[in-house]
Design a protein around this ligand. Structure first.
Ligand code: IDP
Ligand code: MG
Length: 180
């Protein structure tokens, strides 16, 4: 508020300006990352863009992305904990049935938030508004993977990506380029 405006509002009396409070423009540094993978059914159904859109709109930052035909070696490590499950062989066949789009997303609480965005493992139980709840119907074709804890995310990112494939980038303000 200008000094003149302050005087007017205070009936002409001189008013000591309010102490200037400086807010730091630097946002806290956020390093939490998670592995998101569009599974072969999601790629086949052309859902990659829809899924990226949701993560971008939420405000997360894409720091790694690639399309690959996952080997049985990588899938065996990725789903190591499920080896004894009856559906394990079918799961590996499904995950190897076509290309996967693997991504690393970064942001505040990204692991927890992305699990909520992805929804329940069983698509038939996944809430509307979630990726699985909106785009899939069955647990065996649930179109997306998201790491389920920060520790697991770190391991999964290390399994699917070389560190040189991950890009650390700053958020710039390009608003001057988009003024109409
Ligand atoms: P998540 O993907 O939600 O973390 P997990 O329990 O880690 O779920 O299972 C990994 C994947 O294994 C699931 O996303 C799904 O593709 C598959 N899966 C899990 N349970 C079943 C099942 O009962 N039948 C068939 N496939 C399953
Ligand atoms: Mg899991």
């Amino acid at each position: 508020m200008s000094v003149i405006l302050r005087r007017l509002l205070s009936g002409g009396r001189a008013v000591r300006p309010a102490p200037c409070v400086r807010y730091s423009s630097a946002a806290p540094e956020i390093h939490e990352r998670t592995l998101i993978a569009v599974k072969p059914d999601g790629v086949q159904r052309r859902m990659v863009g829809e899924i990226i859109k949701r993560f971008e709109q939420r405000g997360f930052k894409l720091v790694g992305i690639k399309i690959l035909q996952a080997s049985e070696g990588i899938l065996g490590k990725h789903y190591h904990d499920l080896q004894k499950k009856p559906f394990y062989p079918a799961l590996i066949r499904y995950m190897a049935s076509g290309p996967v789009v693997a991504m690393v997303w970064e942001g505040h609480n990204v692991v927890r938030s992305s699990r909520l965005m992805v929804g329940e493992t069983d698509s038939s139980q996944a809430k509307p508004g979630t990726v699985r709840g909106d785009l899939s119907v069955h647990i065996s074709r649930n179109i997306i993977h998201a790491s389920d804890s920060v520790d697991v995310a770190e391991k999964e990112i290390g399994l699917w990506f070389h560190s040189a494939e991950l890009i650390t980038w700053e958020t710039n303000d390009h608003s001057d380029l988009y003024q109409v």
